[in-house]
Ligand binder design. Structure first.
Ligand code: NDP
Length: 821
């Protein structure tokens, strides 16, 4: 074609990126070994797997297939390395990380080429998005390594971290995982996805190049059944960080349940892309291209559900079709290509299957007129209209270049449709009316909301999901907490260290002063009552029946049964309702109905917490006696517990309007609002030690942050909690915000952990119960917070209150707001 002809047709000319440097590097190294303890090690089983170039379907390289023996070796190396790396000063770690960032930049083009060859994604994306973001992550987290000692003084590294990453952003996912782990002083064993190991292996070379201490980073290539599962089950791994499918995430949740391993899961999504009728439609079209055709739609937060206001739907769909007709698909190394290859034949088949199902279910499919390359694994951009919200293509993550579109009429309908999914990873909102966009954003159940933009990522801004999109955040300061644990957690605590409800007198020697009178329900027996005929009878106490507290009402148990409450000498001191599945169901319903609590003002929540404290203080003597009665501890001790509870309520009243978000300034014209949001309905099983303080310490932070609760109070000493409902009633706490169901802790916790409408579960009880809760939570991937059977010293503010409790009570939503004309 001559220049004149090019001007006539305006066709793209070829703009190939040279594959030669990448292929030469591969040739030099293939077959690749494993990277353990800074050495290249042959796999114990002597097995290798092929890495395929998805754009040609031809083998690119042979990589080692590790097995469980290799996992043992790598974990052992990481453990030894951790002993030193974990104590290495932050400044020293920062220097290493800075060097990694520099070396990523030095090798950026090779990394970009390798990624495109191995994964099939266009070079434009690897060169301009993936690799620059990888470097940015190491720079950003080098900063947190430097600041750890001053900014996270109460925290220590977790230990050896197992990291399992997917194939869609191979090197970027590695950076998201390794950078914060290293910054906080952990050592790492990482398994890349089977299809895409090459950039991880190049990264291992960089680790050697910069002289990172041996064993801090280990890379094990191979298959899930051999490496992934062994890593997940390894007893010497302290944390698993996983990104991938919800089904594998669920199996990892189950496999780690009760093991005490920390866990973060970044799973799938079906993210809405909401377009209001005042949006700039040309920008919207480019937004859709970035939302669903970026990386062939193989993006966990891809905007795969287009929700359009009805009156502009036809116009937008028409514009989209025109744009789709002009998208270019083909060789990922061509710099003018928009869409590359699908990662594997299996993934391609899955996309084809789901698209066929969409057609069978009645949706109308449209694809551009041009044909895909016949060599390699390609799938054309695809648009479904006439989609009904309940169909498979509207609900299931397709993980391919397939967009489904639906319409809405009002903003409320848009929100309802957007949230009609079990996922909650991301959303984007398009409108020129900023008031509307900022009103809708907080109502979307998603970890990231992009306003008039989409698929923006930065190291400074956290990323992660709600609901079945997983839990934990990557990026930002919040991402650091996935890789640390409180320093006090290593302190050996035994029941003798502090007061427990297994009776006994004050262990801290604060005296054995007992309550002024024995305050049992029969304590008033000395009173007498005279009748007019002169007969004087002993006056029995008026029977007190603590009920359950659901939806702001005192209710009797559905079962019609009660359970005895004993004091330490096994004398019965009262009865509480024997709660069952139905009571929990009613309580969860009531907690959901009270969801207005989350959107009320933080000032109002603070006021109510202060008021609860005030009303508790008026009755402090009575509450102290109740503690003495249930636990046999001294009156002085019990008074301490009541005063600590009042102080704790003050603390969370104070935090209520101060635990706020931050504004990030990523490298763009705009800002990201990182806003803490309530998790939703939290099920809570309270500890037996400290019947009042344990209850208040869990209830107060959760409601301060806007959650509503279903609380199972201490099984052994529930009366302090049931006494509290009168305090709640007189403190203007709206009905349904705190619901109390008494009874058997473990069976009630099981029902809560199984319940799909409970968003998080906290459990403070025996280790076995913790395991059961973690296992059951995999159903809807609810967040859990358990104590693995360790008691806390609830009186001690470092263990009993503070940021840890607040962080467990919220999830961060990042709202991206670009600005400028
Ligand atoms: P997987 O979830 O199976 O794989 C992700 C990573 O986990 C890979 O490294 C994989 O290893 C490993 N893995 C798989 N099973 C286990 C296990 N039981 N224990 C430990 N590690 C395991 O995703 P797929 O690659 O199979 O993709 C399937 C679907 O998952 C996609 O269609 C998409 O819907 C979703 N997905 C979502 C991603 C996201 O970012 N949220 C990313 C990738 C996929 P190996 O590669 O050896 O199998």
């Amino acid at each position: 074609m001559n220049v004149m002809e090019i001007f006539e047709t305006m066709e793209y000319g070829p703009a190939p990126e040279a594959a030669a440097p990448g292929l030469a590097w591969i040739k030099e190294h293939s077959p690749f070994s494993l990277f353990i303890d800074n050495q290249w090690v042959k796999p114990a089983g002597g097995q290798y797997i092929d890495s395929i170039n998805p754009a040609t379907g031809k083998p690119l390289a042979k990589v080692a297939a590790a097995n469980s023996a290799d996992v043992d070796t790598a974990v052992a190396a990481a453990r030894i390395a951790f002993e030193t790396w974990g104590k290495t000063p932050g400044h020293v770690r920062a220097r290493y990380m800075y060097a990694i960032a520099r070396h990523i930049q030095k090798h950026s083009r090779l990394l970009a080429v390798l990624e495109s060859l191995d994964n099939g994604k266009p070079i434009r994306e690897t060169r301009d998005i993936d690799i620059p973001l990888v470097a940015r992550h190491f720079y950003y987290y080098a900063g947190w390594a430097q600041l750890m000692e001053s900014e996270l003084p109460g925290y220590q590294p977790v230990g050896v971290v197992g990291q399992i990453i997917p194939w869609n952003f191979p090197l970027l996912m590695l950076a998201w995982k390794i950078a914060p782990a290293l910054a906080m002083g952990n050592s790492v064993v990482l398994k890349p996805a089977r299809y895409t190991s090459l950039t991880a292996l190049k990264f291992a070379e960089i680790v050697q190049e910069i002289g990172l201490p041996a064993g801090v980073i280990n890379i094990l290539t191979g298959e899930a059944s051999q490496v992934g599962e062994a890593l997940v089950r390894h007893p010497d791994v302290n944390k698993i960080a996983f990104t991938g499918s919800t089904s594998v995430g669920r199996s990892i949740r189950r496999a780690t349940a009760g093991s005490g391993k920390k866990l973060s899961l970044e799973l799938g999504g079906k993210s809405p892309f909401i377009v209001f009728d005042d949006a700039d439609l040309d920008s919207v079209v480019e937004g859709v291209v970035d939302a669903i055709w970026f990386n062939q739609g193989q993006v966990c937060c891809a905007g795969s559900r287009l929700l359009v206001q009805e009156n502009i739907a036809n116009r937008l769909i028409e514009k989209l079709r025109v744009r789709m007709e002009h998208l270019r698909i083909g060789d990922p190394l061509d710099k003018a290509v928009d869409i590359g290859a699908i990662v594997s034949p299996g993934q391609l088949k899955e996309i084809q299957r789901l698209v066929k199902q969409g057609v069978e279910e009645g949706a109308v499919m449209w694809q551009p007129s041009w044909a895909c390359p016949t060599e390699g694994y390609f799938f054309p951009p695809t648009l479904f209209t006439n989609v009904s919200p309940a169909t498979t293509v509207a609900q299931v993550e397709i993980f391919g270049p397939v967009l489904v579109s639906m319409t809405f009429r009002t903003p409320a309908e848009a929100v309802e449709l957007a949230n009609n999914t079990s996922y909650g990873l991301a959303a984007s909102v398009w409108s020129e009316n900023i008031n509307l966009a900022l009103d809708v954003a907080p109502k979307l159940k998603a970890g990231s909301v992009w306003i008039n933009c989409t698929n923006l990522f930065d190291a400074s801004s956290g990323f992660g999901g709600y609901r079945e999109s997983g839990f934990g955040r990557e990026g930002g300061k919040e991402g650091l907490y996935e890789y640390v644990r409180p320093k006090w957690e290593t302190l050996e605590t035994s029941p003798e260290d502090f007061h427990i409800a297994e009776n006994s007198t004050s262990p801290n020697g604060s005296g054995s002063l007992s309550a002024p009178d024995e305050d049992r329900d029969g304590a008033l027996q000395d009173l007498a009552f005279g009748s007019s005929n002169g007969y004087v009878a002993a006056l029995p106490a008026i029977d007190r029946t603590p009920k359950m507290f659901i939806g702001g009402k005192q209710v009797r148990p559905d079962s019609g049964y009660s359970r005895d409450v004993y004091e330490p000498q096994r004398r019965v001191i009262g009865q509480v309702g024997e709660g069952n599945r139905k009571d929990i169901r009613n309580a969860v319903e009531a907690a959901h109905a009270a969801n207005g609590w989350a959107v009320g003002t933080t000032h109002n929540r603070a006021q109510i917490l202060y008021y609860i404290a005030e009303n508790l203080s008026v009755r402090d003597d009575e509450f102290a006696r109740r503690i003495v009665q249930q636990t046999g501890r001294s009156y002085v001790d019990a008074v301490d517990e009541v005063q600590a509870s009042i102080s704790r309520l003050f603390s969370y009243a104070a935090w209520s309007d101060k635990f706020e978000g931050v504004v990030h300034r990523p490298p763009m014209r705009g800002a990201v609002l990182a806003m803490p949001e309530a998790i939703g309905v939290i099920g809570t099983a309270c500890p037996d030690e400290y019947p009042l303080l344990g209850f208040i310490s869990l209830v107060a932070p959760a409601i301060a942050m806007g959650n509503t609760l279903v609380v199972v109070p201490s099984q052994q000493s529930p009366l302090s909690a049931t006494d509290c409902y009168q305090i709640f009633e007189t403190s203007d706490l709206p009905g349904g915000v705190v619901n109390i169901v008494t009874g058997d802790r473990d069976s009630l916790s099981q029902v809560l952990a199984d319940h799909d409408d409970v968003d998080a579960m906290w459990y403070f009880g025996p280790a076995e119960g913790c395991k059961r809760v973690e296992l059951a939570s995999a159903g809807n991937m609810k967040r859990t917070w358990v104590n693995y059977g360790h008691r806390r010293n609830w009186l001690e503010p470092v263990q009993g209150e503070g940021e840890e409790f607040l962080r467990e009570s919220i999830q961060v939503k990042n709202i991206w707001i670009p600005y400028g004309e």
